[in-house]
Design a binder for this molecule. Structure first.
Ligand SMILES: [Zn+2]
Length: 213
């Protein structure tokens, strides 16, 4: 069976971002507002590539202080010790909690780096109008969006660790500026993955499966 693929833009219809209604705008260059809910409609979001790049670059800039500035200071009777994320990972490992150390290492150091690299790869291939491995790239984008939900996992781990430490007498843990940068990285990469429009991947032409790769 042969399927004929049809895009909304070709058919002259535009979906509403807010309520999902498909409608045919009266004057195609300016889609106007949704007839059902009144939301302003657009065939595409404005400047999706530039917006995603801006978010990725901002996240990459925050990634450095997030990893090199201390995220917490532990005060005991004997010492005051600031710790970076990597320092915290080493300490967790030394104290025998290698599972927690691994979770923090993967969630705080590796996942943000993987997300930034993968999003840059998606943007560069779109800008080069590559039509290779488009299904794989679409799947990669879905994975990145799914990972976003788990990005704050290690913040919960850190909260638990801090709570356990606070239970000991004469010891305290306070958050430091690195945490702010770390949170910024997480939020910016989630926004970047959501700003990236998956339709960009298919703009390079060829509507059906099998004619690329
Ligand atoms: Zn609507």
């Amino acid at each position: 069976m042969t399927r004929v693929s049809l895009t909304g833009a070709k058919a002259g219809v535009v979906p509403c971002d807010a309520c999902g209604l498909l409608s045919r705008p009266a004057g195609p260059p300016v889609p106007g507002n949704c007839p059902r809910c009144g939301e302003a409609m657009a065939f595409r979001r404005r400047d999706p590539i530039q917006r995603t790049w801006a978010l990725i670059i901002a996240a990459a800039i925050c990634y450095l202080p997030a990893n090199f500035l201390p995220v917490m200071t532990t005060t005991t009777l004997k010492s005051v010790r600031p710790d970076t994320i990597i320092g915290g990972v080493v300490r967790l490992y030394e104290s025998g909690s290698w599972v927690l150390a691994l979770i923090v290492l993967v969630a705080s150091v590796m996942i943000p780096l993987v997300k930034l690299t993968a999003l840059s790869y998606l943007l560069i291939t779109v800008q080069l109008r590559s039509n290779r491995k488009r299904r794989e790239r679409a799947r990669l984008l879905r994975m990145l969006k799914a990972i976003g939900r788990w990005s704050m996992l290690d913040v919960f781990v850190a909260t638990v660790v801090v709570a356990l430490v606070q239970l000991r007498p004469f010891m305290s843990v306070v958050p430091e500026s690195g945490v702010m940068f770390f949170t910024a990285v997480v939020i910016l990469t989630i926004f970047a993955a959501n700003t990236f429009d998956p339709r960009l991947i298919w703009d390079s032409g060829g509507e059906t499966r099998g004619e690329d790769d």
